[in-house]
Design a protein around this ligand. Structure first.
Ligand code: NAD
Length: 705
C-alpha cells in the first residue's frame, strides 16, 4: 500500500494499525471502502499480529457516508459486509476516535470491538435531519451497547454528544489523553497483554427494559411533535425497536429495507437537496478570472442598534476585531450594553464560559470618530433605514476607508445601486443583508449592484465562512430574494383575516403544513409597527390595492404593536409568549374588512396554504427569470435558512416541482379568476416551462447554472 492511499496499514509490534486518510473530512467513499477491504485482507495475511487499531488521520475522525452516492444504487449491502468482516476479525479491534464522529463514521466505530476517544470528541447520528435513518448497522449495533431508548434519544436528538456522555452511556470505553495514536496503541497493547479477545457488538443482546411499549409510545409522540409531517424519525423508531427482538443479521436486513424506503421519500430528497444547495450557493459563475477575495483582519460597523450589535458578535465570534461607530456615546453605550447582555445570557445558559465572553467583548470597540475605521478591511453599515442618511455615511466612509475596503450595507429596502453613487468607488459597494437576530440566523444575502467588482463579491462571499453564515448572491431589486417573495405570502395571510379567517386559523394551517411559525405570529414577534413603517415608506412600490396590508395598519392604528405591548394579532400575558385568541382583534379585522368592502368567505386549510404559498413560489420564478437569483436552489437556501421554510420540503422552488409546475400554474389561474389579475398573474417563466413541459433542471441546464 502506498503512502498516498486513502487507507494505509502499518504494523507496530503486535498491533496492525489501519489509518483512513481521506481529506478533508474522511468521508467513507467507495475508495475508502475498497481500501478498508484490501487492508483487512492484508492484515489476515500478517503473522504475529494480535490486535488491530483503526484510526483516522486529520480532523474530524469521519463525517460519515458519501451523500453524493445517495442517488446511485444502494450501498447498504456493501457496508453491511465490510463492517461485518471487520467485526468478525478473530482478534481485538480497537477504534480511536477524535473530533466529530457522525453517521457512517460512528457506525464504523460500532463495528469495532473497543472504542477510545480523545477529550472533546463528539459523536452523533444526524440522519433524520436528512430525511433518512442511520444505516450500516447504526440502528442495530448501538442499541446492543446502550439500549433502544438511549439510541433513539441520540438519533432523534440529532445533535452530537460529548465523549464523556458516550462513556457514561457505554458505547465508548475510555477517554485517552495526549497524542491519540500513541495512547490508543498503548490501550490496544494493554488489551493484548491482559489477554482480552475480540468483543463483537453483534454478540450482545439488547436490554429489554429499554424497549418497552411505554418507551416506544413516548418516543413516537415526541417524534410526531418535534418532526411534524416527517416519516424518518418514526422509521428510525421502527428500526431501532426491532433490534430488541431480531438477531443482528435479520435486523440489518430490515434496516436496509427501511433505509432504502426512506431514501425514496420526498422528505429525504428535499432535505438532501437543501444540503447540496447550501454548498452550491457559494459557487459564483462568470466572475472575472482575476477576481480575488481580500483578507479581512479588521472590521467596522456603522450603527450599534439591533443589527449592528448582532453583526459585531459575529465578527467577535470569528476572532476578527471590530470597531462599531454610532452617532453618540449614549447610543454606543446602549448598543454595546445589549451586546454584553446577549453574551452574558449565553454564559448564564452554560453555552459560553465567562472567559470566552470576555475575549469576545475585548474584540469589540466603540467609537464616534470615522478616523477609527481607517484600517478596516470591511465596513458594514447598519444605521437607520434612510437613503439620505446612508448616503452621508457612505460619503464619510469614502473619505476615510483605505483603498479596497469592502463597503457593505445591511439595508433591507433601499436601492443599493443608488446608494453606491455616493462614493467614488462604487465597485467596492455591496449589500450584506443579515437577518435578525444577526448573531443567530444563518442566512446572509449578498447583494451586488451593477458596479460591484468580482473581487468585492468574492470577498463578501468568503467572509460568510468565518462569520458562519450561508451566503446567497442576489442582484438589486426591492426586497432582494427573501423579502420580495415574502410580500405575496404575507399579503394573502393578512387579506384572509380581513375576509373573516381568524389569525389562529391562518397560522395553524401554515404551521401544520410545516412553516416554523405562522406569519401573523411572526409579525407580532417582530413588532407590527416595523412592517407598517416599511409599507408606509414604500407605498409607491406596491400595487394600488386598498386592502394591501390593511390588517397590519388597523392593528397599528388601534395601538396593537404585537408582543411588545401584549396585543397584536393575538393577546399575550405579561412575560409570556403564548398566543391567545383575542375577540377584540378579530372584531377589528371584521370591521376593517367590511369598511373596505372585502367579501367574507370560509377558508379551508388547503386554501390558506395555497393562497400564501402560490404567490411566494410564483415570485421565485420571476426572481429567476429576472436574474435576481443565480439558480433556483439559491432561492431554496434563502427560504430554508432565513424564513423557517421546512428543509424537508426542499425550499419553495423544490416544492413547486414537488406539487408540479402545472399544478402551481393552474392554482395561480384559479385564484386570478377569483380575485383578479393584480396579484395573481403567473410568472412568464412558469408559463413557459409548463408550455414546454420542462423542469427547473432543464432551465438550469439551458442557462448554464
Ligand atoms: P436600529 O434602530 O436598532 O439601529 C440603528 C442604529 O443606527 C442606532 O443605534 C442609531 O443610533 C444608529 N444611527 C442612526 N443614524 C446614524 C448615523 N448617521 N451614523 C451612525 N449611526 C447612526 O435599527 P436596526 O433594526 O438595527 O436596522 C439597521 C439596518 O439594518 C437598517 O438598514 C435595516 O433596514 C436593516 N435591517 C434590519 C433588520 C431587522 O430585523 N431589524 C433586518 C435586516 C436588515
Amino acid at each position: 500500500m502506498n503512502e498516498d492511499a486513502v487507507v494505509r496499514l502499518a504494523q507496530e509490534g503486535k498491533v496492525a494499525v489501519i489509518t483512513i486518510d481521506n481529506p478533508p473530512v474522511n468521508t467513507i467513499t467507495a475508495d475508502v471502502r475498497a481500501g478498508l477491504r484490501e487492508a483487512l485482507t492484508e492484515l489476515r495475511g500478517l503473522e504475529d499480529v494480535r490486535a488491530m487499531l483503526l484510526r483516522c488521520a486529520g480532523s474530524p475522525f469521519c463525517s460519515g457516508a458519501d451523500i453524493g452516492e445517495f442517488d446511485g444504487p444502494p450501498k447498504e449491502a456493501e457496508y453491511r459486509e465490510l463492517f461485518g468482516e471487520l467485526e468478525a476479525l478473530p482478534l481485538p479491534v480497537v477504534c480511536a476516535l477524535h473530533g466529530t464522529v457522525l453517521g457512517g463514521g460512528l457506525e464504523l466505530a460500532l463495528a469495532c470491538h473497543y472504542r477510545v476517544a480523545s477529550p472533546g470528541t463528539r459523536c452523533g447520528f444526524p440522519e433524520v435531519s436528512l430525511g433518512i435513518i442511520p444505516g450500516a448497522g447504526g440502528t442495530q449495533r448501538m442499541p446492543r451497547l446502550i439500549g433502544v431508548e438511549q439510541t433513539l434519544e441520540l438519533i432523534l436528538g440529532i445533535r452530537p454528544i460529548d465523549a464523556n456522555k458516550g462513556v457514561a452511556l457505554g458505547f465508548l470505553d475510555s477517554i485517552v489523553e495526549g497524542d491519540l495514536r500513541a495512547a490508543a496503541l498503548d490501550y490496544t497493547q494493554q488489551l493484548v497483554a491482559s489477554g482480552k479477545g475480540p468483543r463483537p457488538t453483534s454478540a450482545r443482546s439488547v436490554d429489554p427494559a429499554t424497549a418497552t411499549d411505554e418507551i416506544r409510545d413516548r418516543l413516537q409522540k415526541f417524534a410526531r411533535d418535534r418532526y411534524p409531517n416527517q416519516r424518518a424519525p418514526l422509521t428510525a423508531i421502527e428500526a431501532v425497536s426491532a433490534s430488541a427482538t431480531l438477531a443482528l443479521d435479520e435486523g440489518l436486513v430490515l434496516e436496509d429495507e427501511l433505509v432504502n424506503a426512506a431514501k425514496q421519500t420526498v422528505e429525504s430528497r428535499g432535505a438532501i437537496h437543501v444540503f447540496f444547495a447550501e454548498r452550491e450557493c457559494r459557487r459564483i459563475p462568470g466572475l472575472p478570472a482575476d477576481a480575488r477575495a481580500g483578507d479581512i483582519t479588521q472590521a467596522g460597523i456603522i450603527g450599534a442598534g439591533t443589527m449592528g450589535g448582532g453583526i459585531a458578535i459575529c465578527f467577535a465570534n470569528a476572532a476578527i476585531p471590530v470597531t462599531v461607530l454610532d452617532i453618540s456615546d449614549e447610543a454606543l453605550e446602549r448598543g454595546l450594553g445589549v451586546v454584553d447582555a446577549t453574551l452574558a445570557s449565553r454564559v448564564k445558559r452554560g453555552r459560553m464560559s465567562e472567559a470566552d465572553k470576555q475575549s469576545r467583548m475585548s474584540r469589540i470597540s466603540g467609537t464616534t470618530d470615522y478616523a477609527d475605521l481607517a484600517d478596516a478591511d470591511v465596513v458594514i453599515e447598519a444605521a437607520t433605514e434612510n437613503m439620505e442618511l446612508k448616503k452621508q455615511i457612505f460619503r464619510k466612509l469614502d473619505e476615510v476607508a483605505k483603498p479596497g475596503t469592502l463597503l457593505a450595507t445591511n439595508t433591507s429596502t433601499l436601492d443599493i445601486d443608488e446608494l453606491a453613487t455616493a462614493v467614488t468607488r462604487p465597485e467596492d459597494v455591496i449589500g450584506m443583508h443579515f437577518f435578525s437576530p444577526a448573531n443567530v440566523m444563518p442566512l446572509l444575502e449578498v447583494v451586488r449592484t451593477k458596479a460591484t467588482s468580482g473581487s468585492a463579491i468574492m470577498t463578501a462571499m468568503a467572509l460568510a465562512r468565518p462569520l458562519r453564515k450561508t451566503p446567497v448572491l442576489a442582484r438589486v431589486c426591492y426586497g432582494f430574494i427573501g423579502n420580495r417573495m415574502m410580500e405575496g405570502y404575507a399579503r394573502e395571510a393578512e387579506r384572509m383575516v380581513l375576509e373573516g379567517a381568524t389569525p389562529r386559523q391562518v397560522d395553524s394551517a401554515l404551521e401544520a403544513w410545516g412553516m416554523a411559525m405562522g406569519i401573523l405570529a411572526v409579525f407580532d414577534m417582530a413588532g407590527v409597527d416595523v412592517g407598517v413603517h416599511v409599507h408606509r415608506d414604500n407605498a409607491h412600490l406596491y400595487p394600488p390595492d386598498p386592502t394591501y396590508y390593511r390588517a397590519d395598519f388597523a392593528l397599528f392604528d388601534a395601538g396593537r404593536l404585537g408582543q411588545k405591548n401584549g396585543k397584536g394579532y393575538y393577546r399575550y400575558e405579561p412575560g409570556d409568549r403564548a398566543r391567545h385568541d383575542d375577540p377584540d382583534a378579530i372584531a377589528l379585522f371584521r370591521a376593517t374588512g367590511e369598511r373596505l368592502g372585502v367579501e367574507q368567505r370560509d377558508h379551508s386549510d388547503d386554501e390558506i396554504v395555497e393562497r400564501c404559498l402560490y404567490p411566494l413560489l410564483n415570485e421565485g420564478f420571476r426572481i429567476l427569470e429576472e436574474g435576481i437569483a443565480i439558480r433556483a436552489s439559491d432561492i431554496d437556501v434563502v427560504w430554508t435558512s432565513g424564513y423557517g421554510f421546512p428543509r424537508y420540503r426542499g425550499g419553495p422552488m423544490f416544492y413547486a416541482e414537488t406539487i408540479g409546475l402545472p399544478t402551481l400554474l393552474d392554482g395561480m389561474r384559479r385564484y386570478r379568476q377569483l380575485f383578479g389579475p393584480m396579484h395573481w398573474e403567473p410568472a412568464r417563466l412558469l408559463v413557459e416551462l409548463v408550455d414546454k413541459g420542462q423542469s427547473l433542471a432543464d432551465w438550469a441546464a439551458e442557462n448554464g447554472v
